[in-house]
Design a protein around this ligand. Sequence first.
Ligand code: AMP
Length: 364
Amino acid sequence: MIAPSIVPPGSTIGILGGGQLGRMTALAAARLGYRCLVYAPDEHAIAGDVAAGCVRGAYDDETALRRFADQVDVVTYEFENVPEAAVAACLEVRPVRPGIKPIHIAQHRLREKQFFASLGIGTAAYQPVRSDAELAAATLLPGILKTCREGYDGKGQARVRDRASLAAAWEKLGRRDCILEALVDFRCEVSAIVARGLDGAMRCFPIGLNEHRDGILRTTTVPADLPADVLATAERLGLALARGLDLVGLVALEMFVTGDGTVLANEMAPRPHNSGHWTIDACATSQFEQLVRAICGLPLGPVDVMAPSRMENLIGGEADDWPRHLADPSARLHLYGKTSARPGRKMGHVTFVQPAASGRPPTT
Ligand code: AMP
């Protein structure tokens, strides 16, 4: 007899959001014998291309959302800016994992920082900038001004040197609710991706070493060449976050590591994460399979590194380089099937996997 909250293979998973994270989730789910139904407002949802079905609908169409949820056995989301009301509508009909609380927190930078603090997870110093009075009181300069909502890949943020550039940046961001963060003089950036199952069991993927350019993730290298205590701290913070959120699913925590080995949280995402794409080709269980296992109540998979690897994002026109990657025996190419390559758009990624027994680091 199967416990009622377990969603066995053969069932249907609903995915809110139609991008590459949903696409790779649907591919992993299919391998385990699940069907996926995607719900997205996009005219062309690339996740829908590889799913059993795709519903085109708006995130504020609660009737359509309830109808969608009624056709699936469990619902998840592939991006954290799905409106809370959309998740609530699905929840009336089916379990939504990881649920509302993680997106409620992740959708607002100030709330997120306060939540980190409540768990004893350190962050950069910050001050809210939501009014002329708070703007006048802001002192963390030079710093980074970030909108509280809807910032991603470096969007909705500006580096500011002094009071004049701070005021100008706030105007440019539409005087929206913001936080001013002190600039962290970091040695490197890392991320922890933690899965938590229905039974509360947790697994943290090996910590990835991340390189960003212009606010966008460019590469992730695993294993991260960092002292064992730094890696252990990063993992501990990731686990504390997953436990604190009480989530069933995945959460990624992006962190800064400073010169003295202090680890500070930057932001979290309660979904598969770009810095975990290496797991498809170089880990015993991919982050996408792990998400499926977690939300369906299956046992979590092992997270051993199968080979040292480096993931590189293919952004905009870089995806046109696919013939070169196909010719490289160490490269595992993933293209997302997006039709227009706008600058800054993630079109695919390639994971360079160290060939077995070669002893050589992966090359581009
Ligand atoms: P975010 O959108 O907050 O993830 O920021 C994108 C990237 O900008 C980060 O991965 C860092 O490379 C950089 N960044 C963000 N916040 C800070 C900070 N307080 N100090 C230094 N660099 C930062």
